[in-house]
Design a protein around this ligand. Structure first.
Ligand SMILES: *Cc1c(COP(=O)(O)O)cnc(C)c1O
Length: 376
């Protein structure tokens, strides 16, 4: 699905010296590289505060701790996403409220959020799924009306921009009260191990979070709140700081690959190609963490098996709706409210998507998919 070896071979000359600097300084924890990367990411995103941490799951958890959410508070998020989002809500003894997604964007459905709001609702967690920002103007307006926090899960959309109704643009992750991201190796900005970060424009919240990531310490050995130990180590920061200047180029390579895929599958009666590349869309709207088709009247699992036979990697993100996962079922849920997710888990397939895809590979992948579907 990704070609991390091919990517590393091309950037070894810039990544290795950055890592070596850390090795020579031996400042492995909280070294100058971490601070440097933090500043550079703040500038890139146009956000006041970046707080690096150990991974994207911690980032979500720490964001929720920073907001002071309390057991029993309801947090609304999408049914169709990676489990980390709902996991941390449950772990903090908050009440997850899963809602359906939009059939075109696959992002959280604003009408479904409206229906799920109760007096106990405290926050909404939109996930910018596959690299496409959720409908943030609508979500922020709804949150304002009901006095709710918005926590953006930006693990899949770093570098994407959201165009507001007035035409201005904001980077995904710089819109809500707070946002989280992941630097897992296969993410659009990936390090060579685990890493994550929290973003916010709120000075007080940033201060609170900086203490939480460091055992609740604001002054050495004074523990004011219950915190965690969650750090981005200096070697990972060195990798990320070397790769950050390439992020826009990498996202453009992903979009170009997506355009070629879309062209090959255009107007096919059994294939719905992803949105986000229309003329009206800005050139950094969808950053294609995944390239995902929605199949109609195709045996998706047979196609998966066929591609595997031809040594073409593919993925199903995600095969089970979160509300049907054993850990997260709840008798309050009603199947009729999850129509879109229940369909998508059976019809989506993600094709290889990374920065090193070439035309021959795309041609081989698309012709194999089309041959299978056309000959059924
Ligand atoms: C990857 C991912 C996470 C978790 O990130 P980790 O760094 O693996 O903990 C959370 N949410 C979404 C949507 C993700 O894709």
């Amino acid at each position: 699905m990704v070609d991390l070896q091919g990517q590393y071979a091309k950037i070894k000359d810039i990544v290795d010296p950055s890592i070596e600097e850390v090795m020579n300084s031996a400042a492995f924890i909280n070294g100058p590289k971490v601070h440097q990367f933090q500043k550079n990411l703040e500038d890139y995103l146009g956000v006041k505060h970046v707080i690096p941490c150990a991974n994207g799951t911690d980032a979500l958890q720490i964001a929720m701790m920073g907001l002071g959410l309390k057991p029993g508070d309801e947090v609304i998020t999408a049914d169709f996403t990676f489990a980390a989002t709902v996991e941390v809500i449950a772990l903090l003894q908050l009440t997850p409220v899963l809602v359906d997604v939009d059939p075109v964007t696959f992002n959280i459905d604003v009408e479904a959020i409206k229906k799920a709001i109760t007096p106990k609702t405290k926050a909404i967690v939109p996930v910018h799924l596959y690299g496409l920002p959720a409908d943030m103007d609508e979500i922020m307006a709804l949150a304002k009306e009901h006095n709710l926090y918005v926590i953006e899960d930006n693990a899949q959309a770093i570098g994407a921009s959201y165009t507001h109704k007035d035409g201005s643009k904001t980077k995904a992750g710089a819109i809500g009260d707070v946002a989280s991201t992941s630097f897992f190796p296969s993410k659009n900005l990936g390090c060579y191990g685990d890493g994550g970060a929290i973003f916010t424009n709120d000075d007080d919240l940033a201060h609170t979070i900086r203490g939480i990531v460091n055992h609740g310490m604001y002054k050495r050995y004074h523990h004011d709140v219950v915190g965690v130990n969650s750090r981005l180590d200096s070697i990972q920061a060195a990798v990320l700081d070397a790769k950050l200047p390439l992020l826009d180029k990498y996202n453009t390579a992903r979009r170009n690959a997506a355009k070629k895929y879309n062209e090959a599958f255009k107007n096919h009666p059994n294939i719905i190609t992803p949105t986000g590349l229309e003329d009206k869309d800005s050139d950094d709207y969808h950053v294609f963490h995944q390239y995902t088709l929605n199949l109609k009247n195709v045996d998706r699992d047979a196609l998966v098996a066929h591609l595997q036979e031809k040594n073409i990697p593919c993925g199903v993100y995600y095969p089970i709706p979160l509300h049907k996962q054993k850990a997260y079922t709840d008798e309050r849920y009603n199947e009729a409210d999850f129509k879109v997710t229940n369909d998508l888990v059976q019809s989506v397939i993600s094709l290889p998507m990374h920065t090193e895809l070439d035309d021959d590979q795309i041609e081989f992948i698309t012709s194999t998919v089309l041959n299978f579907i056309n000959n059924k």
